[in-house]
Every structure is written in structure tokens, then in C-alpha cells.
Design a protein around this ligand. Structure first.
Ligand SMILES: Nc1ncnc2c1ncn2[C@@H]1O[C@H](COP(=O)(O)OP(=O)(O)OP(=O)(O)O)[C@@H](O)[C@H]1O
Ligand SMILES: [Mg+2]
Length: 354
């Protein structure tokens, strides 16, 4: 490796917002070609640190130094950090759902010939880039028709198309299912093998343990700890201890659940597919929920779990055919999301952003 084996050193970074010191003298040293995990509780300052790095917060709005590939960087905006080979995949996906994969990948960097977009070339390049992240889908597919996992891969593909050297992933797997998460972690390992450095922010300690070469823990805007780890030897309890600032006797303390009466009942719920007439997505689904209970719904992909819940949540999905809902024994009609909310129901969708 070259003289400086660090691709990145952030030194004494301090960033204030009105009334909040989000970062206070934070240091981060990242080895070239490593996967470096950043951990910390909600609000610790992780995203802010990455926004300082990528020029979202420009030079002059923070104190401290960024040394990248041996040089001090003073990014004025994201374009400049991108140009230097730094790409950030934000906590929330940023692509435009109504546009195709190709359009999203080349947005702002269109390949043009005599003032016209060269679609043939853009499409061909897109297919090539998609292959790098293991996607074999038509580049004309609209983003809205992709699952969250695929959308994330497209975002990464877009970053790779810009010749990225340092890829920052802010909670990349928080909205992904298990299979998509596993796929993404494999992809990260593959990128590392190609010499691309990754910084990963994650709350999922098992994933950190699986892929990380180094861990930095941030608490209340301070760097608490930073160390290299041996693959498979991450001490999760140690990370938690640094994150919260005290030792944890029992990660999963025993709870005595207080289960009460049935407060929510669904009977013979029948919902028709809005796109395929006559196809029933839910056929006479019935279940009860008691106060204080956590009820799990298991099933394969496409079994209709999301559709069932969305149809209950104010008929947010599908065509209602029959069935009843009772809340605390009283039958209710939830014809809109607003009515569902008024009746005390909340729905957290698969895709956090929506
Ligand atoms: N634009 C902003 N204006 C004011 N305060 C902000 C802003 N962005 C972040 N903060 C504050 O700075 C602190 C750090 O926030 P940050 O988003 O960096 O945390 P985080 O570690 O990424 O948390 P999470 O795990 O929830 O994503 C928090 O107290 C937050 O409220
Ligand atoms: Mg964050």
C-alpha cells in the first residue's frame, strides 16, 4: 500500500446547528479497501458526519479537517465530493419513481450527441452497470416497479458508474428484507475485493460483525471508540456498551407481558386484486388481536400479508368485497386511511420513505 494507508482521515470535526452541537471534535480514520462500520444510537451524529464528508454541509460550515487520499479536501458541494470519488447512499432513497433506471442513473450526466440524449448508449451502459451489482433487469424499467432492495442496488450501481473509491452507505439494510440484506452485504464484500472502500452506518450489529474490518462508535457527537476488528470476532456487547455508555447486563431483559381482552377482530375478510379482476388476494381471512399482544403474520413472498394489512388500514389496497372489523367489540367501517387513523390504527410501511 502507498505511504498513507488511510483513504480518509477526518480530524477534529465539529458541526453545530442552531442550539445543537451535533459533532464535537470527531475523528475518523478509514483504511483503504476496508469496510468501516460507524455505530451509535439515534441522534449520535452519524449521518451528520457523513454529510460533512460528502459536501452536503460545505467547507466553512464545520470545523476540522478532511484528508482524503493524502490531500486536504474542502468540498463546496456534493458534486465536488462525487468528482473525488466519494458517493453517499442516503438513509432514504433519492431516485425518481416515475423515471426509468437509465434516466435515473444518468440524471445530470446525460450522454448527449448534438444536443440530444443518446438513449442507445445510455441503455447499454446501464445494463453493463447493473450487472456489476448483480441485477439483470431491463434498464427501461421504471423505478417504482422495483422492490426497495433493487432500488438500493440501482443507487449503488449509479455510484459505481461514477468511478467511486469511497462508498458511504447510511443504514443500507434498514428497509430491506433478509434476503436483500444478505445480498447487499455480499455485494459490499465484493466491492472491497475490488479495492473500493465502504463506510457503513448500521444499527444491525450482526451485519457489522459479518462484514466490518473496523468499527467507530459515536455517542452524543463524540468519537467514543475506534478499532480494527478481526472478521467474525466483533464483540457486540462491547459495541453496545460504547454506544450507550454503560454496560448492559442483559440485552434482552425479561418482560412480563400483560395480555388483555380481544380488542381487534377481523372476520371473513375478502379483498380482490385491483389489477386482476376476480383474483382474490384475501379469502375469508380472520384473526383476533388481544390488548398488549404482538401478532406475527408469516408467509412466503406474495402470500398477501402486506395486502391484507393495507386493505384493513382504511382500504388502502385492493377492492373490498366482504368482511367485518371490530374494535373493542364494536363493528367499524374504515373506508379511508383517515378513518383508520381516527380509530387508533397506525401503519408502518415496508418502505420507510413512503
Ligand atoms: N439539519 C439539522 N438541523 C438541526 N439539527 C440537526 C440537523 N440534522 C441533525 N441534527 C441534530 O444533530 C444530531 C445528530 O443527528 P444525526 O442525524 O447525525 O444522527 P444519527 O446518528 O444519524 O441518528 P440516526 O441513527 O437516527 O440516523 C441530532 O441531535 C439531530 O437532532
Ligand atoms: Mg442517521
Amino acid at each position: 500500500m502507498e505511504r498513507n494507508s488511510y483513504i480518509l482521515q477526518m480530524q477534529g470535526i465539529t458541526k453545530e446547528f442552531p442550539g445543537v452541537r451535533a459533532l464535537d471534535d470527531v475523528n475518523l480514520n478509514v483504511h483503504t479497501g476496508s469496510i468501516h462500520a460507524i455505530c451509535g444510537e439515534n441522534g449520535a451524529g452519524k449521518s451528520t458526519l457523513m454529510k460533512v464528508l460528502s459536501g452536503v454541509y460545505p467547507y466553512g460550515t464545520y470545523d476540522g479537517k478532511i484528508i482524503y487520499m493524502g490531500q486536504e479536501m474542502k468540498f463546496k458541494n456534493i458534486k465536488e465530493s462525487e468528482h473525488a470519488g466519494i458517493a453517499i447512499i442516503h438513509q432514504e432513497l433519492t431516485m425518481i419513481p416515475e423515471l426509468s433506471i437509465t434516466e435515473n442513473i444518468f440524471m445530470g450526466n446525460e450522454i448527449t450527441h448534438k444536443g440530444l440524449i443518446n438513449w442507445t448508449e445510455e441503455r447499454a451502459k446501464t445494463s453493463e452497470i447493473l450487472k456489476k451489482v448483480g441485477l439483470t433487469i431491463n434498464p427501461d424499467t421504471l423505478i417504482k416497479h422495483l422492490g426497495v432492495g433493487q432500488q438500493q442496488l440501482v443507487e449503488i450501481a449509479k455510484a459505481l458508474s461514477k468511478n467511486v473509491k469511497l462508498l458511504i452507505l447510511d443504514e443500507p439494510t434498514s428497509a430491506l428484507n433478509e434476503a436483500d440484506s444478505a445480498n447487499l452485504l455480499e455485494l459490499m464484500k465484493g466491492l472491497r475485493d475490488k479495492g473500493i472502500t465502504c463506510i457503513m452506518i448500521s444499527h444491525k450489529l450482526n451485519e457489522i460483525a459479518e462484514v466490518s474490518d473496523a468499527v467507530t462508535v459515536i455517542r452524543d457527537g463524540h468519537t467514543v471508540e475506534s478499532y480494527d476488528v478481526e472478521a467474525g470476532k466483533v464483540d457486540e456487547d462491547q459495541i453496545i456498551k460504547s454506544m450507550v455508555g454503560r454496560s448492559i447486563e442483559n440485552r434482552y431483559p425479561e418482560h412480563e407481558p400483560k395480555i388483555g381482552d380481544v380488542i381487534f377482530e377481523v372476520r371473513n375478510w375478502c379483498i380482490e386484486d385491483p389489477e386482476v379482476a376476480g383474483r382474490m388476494v384475501c379469502k375469508n381471512s380472520s384473526f383476533n388481536v388481544r390488548a398488549g399482544e404482538i401478532v406475527g403474520f408469516a408467509g412466503l413472498m406474495g402470500a398477501g400479508r402486506t395486502e391484507l394489512m393495507r386493505s384493513i388500514f382504511g382500504k388502502n389496497y385492493g377492492i373490498y368485497r366482504s368482511g367485518t372489523i371490530k374494535i373493542k367489540g364494536r363493528e367499524v367501517r374504515l373506508n379511508s386511511v383517515e378513518q383508520a387513523i381516527k380509530n387508533g390504527i397506525a401503519y408502518v410501511p415496508e418502505d420507510r420513505k413512503t
